[in-house]
Design a protein around this ligand. Structure first.
Ligand SMILES: [Zn+2]
Length: 177
């Protein structure tokens, strides 16, 4: 019960009350007691994504857009932040690295780091230059996991940042507090 109250108190701060979608999402999650417990655990451990992965200029937002390379309208599943090549890219919340590196699995995204923050919440940073972590590493919010680059299909140095909640991409901007 204490935890449920904690969550209810923390939710507005956590979400920044920026999008109705995100609030709906949390309400959906909160409907199951297990989900609330999990969320509470995440809050306790500081693993909820809550910062930008890197400083810089937002070069593309989440949602429908004209693809910069393919020139056709498509869904952009993340937030792009542009800055100089080599700018440190960090973990947006604590968790475990479940994928680090390049290869076919995330083809087009170049070098990526995927962090599991809870069994339901994952984040991904993509187009990295260097990668400083490996699968299985535990990271805390703010730990540098790599550097900004332009690997994969990219028009210049930037980080593509995604949040995936229960397999669904959500707008990362609502999770930058
Ligand atoms: Zn992107």
């Amino acid at each position: 019960m204490k935890r449920l109250i904690l969550i209810l108190l923390l939710s507005p701060a956590l979400l920044g009350s920026r999008t109705f979608e995100t609030i709906d999402l949390i309400l959906d999650l909160a409907r199951s007691r297990e989900a609330v417990r999990e969320l509470a655990r995440a809050v306790d451990l500081g693993s909820v994504p809550s910062i930008a992965p890197a400083p810089g200029r937002i070069s593309s937002r989440f949602g429908s857009r004209v693809h910069p390379v393919w020139r056709c309208r498509s869904f952009h599943s993340g937030l792009d932040i542009a800055n100089a090549e080599g700018t440190p890219v960090c973990a947006v919340g604590g968790g475990v690295v479940v994928f680090a590196g390049g290869g076919r699995r995330y083809s087009g995204y170049g070098n990526v780091v995927v962090i599991e923050h809870s069994p339901r919440v994952r984040t991904m940073v993509a187009h990295l230059g260097a990668v400083f972590v490996a699968e299985g590493d535990r990271v805390r919010r703010g730990d540098v996991v790599g550097t900004m680059g332009s690997t994969g299909i990219s028009t210049g140095p930037h980080v593509h940042y995604e949040i995936i909640v229960e397999g669904i991409h959500v707008d990362p901007e609502a999770w930058i507090l």
